[in-house]
Design a protein around this ligand. Sequence first.
Ligand code: ATR
Length: 277
Amino acid sequence: MTLFVIGKPIKHSLSPTIHNFWINKYKLGIKYKKLEIEKNLLPSLIENIREGKIIGLNITLPYKQDIIKYMDEISHTAKDIGAINTVFLKDNKVYGENTDGIGFTRALEKKKQFNFFNKSIYILGAGGASYGIISQLIKRKVQTIYVANRTKQKTLQLLNHFKSKSKYTKLKLVDWENLVPASDVDLIINTTSFGMKRGQTIKINTENLRDSLILVDIIYSPKETGLIKLFKKKGFFCMNGLSMLIEQAAVSFELWFNISLNNEDIEEVKKICEASY
Ligand code: ATR
């Protein structure tokens, strides 16, 4: 039996390394493979799941939204985000879930015992990753979320999308050209892809920040983006996107196999991933 991660391009995906490690550790006798496919093949792949020929899928760029229309049912979270990253058969229905946001919150809760309740969080980016994270932050009753994005229209769209879903959390627009987070901010998250190429560093003012501020850059390659380097130099705690990647994978694994992974499972695979790139 097989699982696939699908996308285009897919060759740099770490998901097979992560899942095959756990599959072997728990002796499940299954293969997890990467598959680069064209959009027109999505329906036939989903048919294979319906017929039980494939156990499930992870979906990555650029198909996280496109695939929704082929699902029989999707979770509330996936609806909230408007994207799915995990597919499997549930009660004979092809079911879509999104584990990206919960992967993010779990990573920080484990690493720093971070409690999201009533926190102020400053988010860079208004793409798919930002939607996933914000949906979880709202569930955890964050007090204020500031959002800045290069294309202002997309920030407005995002704020509008979450306005009715966030009765407790206040959502505020920030100008991308003037990133000056204030001393009330507990956590800054970069969800943009700016920083993946060496030499790219987001221009952000760090003068007002409190000592306990945490920076998370969800990019994991390079391991240290320009942004992480800058914040590290100023003495702030920083985390890259590898823990989030592994935690979202762990949630998918639990959904497919009903196996709850422990900290040792997570840490072992993290070491393997870190050594692989
Ligand atoms: P993902 O699903 O990974 O979030 P995405 O939906 O394509 O991917 O979003 C990419 C994010 O990175 C967006 O916030 C994008 O900003 P725009 O909406 O202005 O495109 C941001 N981004 C990409 N390249 C950028 C750059 N050179 N400078 C600033 N932001 C950038």
